[in-house]
Design a protein around this ligand. Structure first.
Ligand code: ATP
Length: 291
């Protein structure tokens, strides 16, 4: 096999809670992760000349070891003494620095694709053990679906799939640093925590209204103060018929859950019209796990 094409799917957090800070600076989290059908298209191919090169549609992304896709390929090439050169084409569609784990999804897809292309025979959990060295969300991006993520995000328990609904994503044009969000979160005295167990109950009941009424992200306590546009987008989504709307990850992407596609589209139009965000997508949840 000389070439593999992959879809690196983005994620949202139906729930994100931060439990405590570890001495090494990492945080213990409890998150309900959900894959969405918005993906980066990746093509991996062997090339005659040695080395790894990355080509992408976004001029501002690094093409060297600072790119997670590059690092994923490098990691397996070094470990398995792969001498072929590797060419990676990365067509980015998942918003960057958005709280949707785009970089981690790319890394996961490259690990998965390298395993196939070079017949390395690694199991999913062997890929995940390598993936966590690249980022806490990479093991989840290898697993995909509706999953409870604990520890630093790498302890994964598959959950009952989220019932079908439409997901409206809107990324406002502000840059949020994940590191700073967590630092500011650490200095907060008290805040309300989301009901992660309530979300899991809703998944077990397969009740989208129940789930929507409990989705929540503790990091909004930091980011909304800093970027009120996040609250504005949430309000537009809710006023346009979303069952609920919250921020994903450390932001700034906001997602709303809708029962009807037409309502999600109307809300998308309103967000664009008010110029709250340009990167606006109506999509669905993605359920298939990797084989
Ligand atoms: P998370 O949800 O895990 O916080 P994120 O959505 O905030 O992730 P990403 O888009 O995954 O952030 O990554 C953003 C940063 O990582 C940028 O500084 C970018 O330059 C760098 N980066 C490295 N590799 C990639 C990649 N393959 N795709 C996107 N960003 C990448």
């Amino acid at each position: 096999m000389d070439r593999v094409e992959l879809k690196a799917m983005g994620k949202i957090n139906l729930g994100l809670d931060v439990l405590k800070k570890r001495e090494n600076g990492y945080h213990d989290v409890r998150m309900v992760m959900q894959t969405v059908y918005l993906y980066d298209q990746i093509a991996l191919s062997k090339k005659r000349t040695p080395g790894i090169d990355v080509e992408t549609n976004l001029f501002f992304l690094p093409l060297d070891e600072n790119n997670l896709a590059y690092r994923a390929a490098r990691m397996l090439a070094d470990e398995f003494h792969i001498t072929d050169g590797i060419h990676i084409v990365l067509d980015k569609r998942i918003p960057v620095s958005a709280g949707m784990a785009g970089g981690s999804a790319d890394a996961a897809a490259v690990l998965y694709g390298m395993n196939q292309m070079f017949g390395l025979g690694l199991t999913e959990s062997e890929l995940q053990k390598r993936g966590v060295k690249l980022g806490a969300d990479v093991p989840y991006c290898i697993m995909r679906g509706t999953v409870l993520a604990e520890g630093i995000g790498e302890e994964l328990t598959p959950l009952t799939q989220c019932p079908r609904c439409y997901v409206l994503l809107a990324k406002p044009p502000v840059n949020v640093s994940t590191r700073l969000v967590y630092e500011k979160f650490d200095s907060l005295s008290a805040c309300e925590h989301p009901d992660i167990d309530g979300i899991i109950d809703g998944l077990n009941k397969q009740d989208i209204k129940w789930i929507a009424s409990r989705i929540g992200n503790v990091l909004e306590n930091v980011t909304i103060q800093e970027y009120p546009v996040i609250e504005e987008i949430k309000n537009v989504m809710k006023s346009k018929g979303a069952l609920n709307a919250i921020m994903s990850g450390s932001g700034p992407t906001v997602f709303g859950l809708f029962e009807e596609r037409s309502r999600a589209r109307e809300a998308a139009g309103k967000i664009r019209e008010l110029k709250l965000a340009k990167q606006v997508y109506v999509t669905t949840m993605h359920h298939a796990r990797r084989k």
